[in-house]
Design a protein around this ligand. Sequence first.
Ligand SMILES: [Zn+2]
Length: 277
Amino acid sequence: MKAHFTVDMEGMAGIAHENQADVKGLDFPRMRELLTNEVQAAIEGAKAGGAKEIVICDAHDTGRNLILEKLDEDVIVIEGSAYEQGMMAGISDDFDAAFQIGYHSMRDTHAGTIGHTYTYTVAELRLNGVKVGETGLSAAIAGHYGVPVVFVSGDLHAVRQAESLIPDIVGVPTKEGVGVYGIKSLMPKRACELIRKGAEEAMKKAGTAKPYVVERPVKMEAMFTRTIMAQYASQMPLVERTGDKSVAYEAKDMVDAFSVFEALTMIAHSAGEEGEL
Ligand SMILES: [Zn+2]
């Protein structure tokens, strides 16, 4: 059995502000260590549940967060900025199960701590009309390859959002948002114990779990946080302006939808640098 892990940071136990997940932040050295512990706990759980091969995508920000020498020596880690599939780099139809660790809620979630959707330029993302955050987006990419997401750990709101799309998923909340920058958190050791147990249970479900498949063609709609972002983004061929801050694109499948989404977020980012508006 082969498992793919995608690892984000804002949803892990103990983080209340994006500064703590920033490589230049004072707390970053501590937080990357705690994140590494959560991932190691998930490795141990997945192995106990039957995983023989594990590929881990270090998916937060620079992709250089995990302390590799603290992980089991028989896993493979994708570090840095991969050029395909973003937070799901490395996924293929070879895998039996996908895991999401340290995941956070989508943007504009009430009390969803540090909730955002891929970047801080995106206000809302829809796939065939269904609003998704990073849990849904990563699940849809795994689903393209027929791989079911069996496990999510992170902010309680992220876990709930994943459960609303994938009812059978094993969800391990590590903290509860009590504000956009407020948390009620488990202690790191307790979070790791629960992640270990949950990952074992989840891996055992790999044979029967169903992938989250978005039907083709995929209508991808992105709403940005500012008008100028939609203005720039709609200059891409085949991308249609659908509102003051929104654009849409009809993709042939999820891989196509994701590549265009990622390009749109880069365009939106540079649009945002033009001025205050
Ligand atoms: Zn994220």
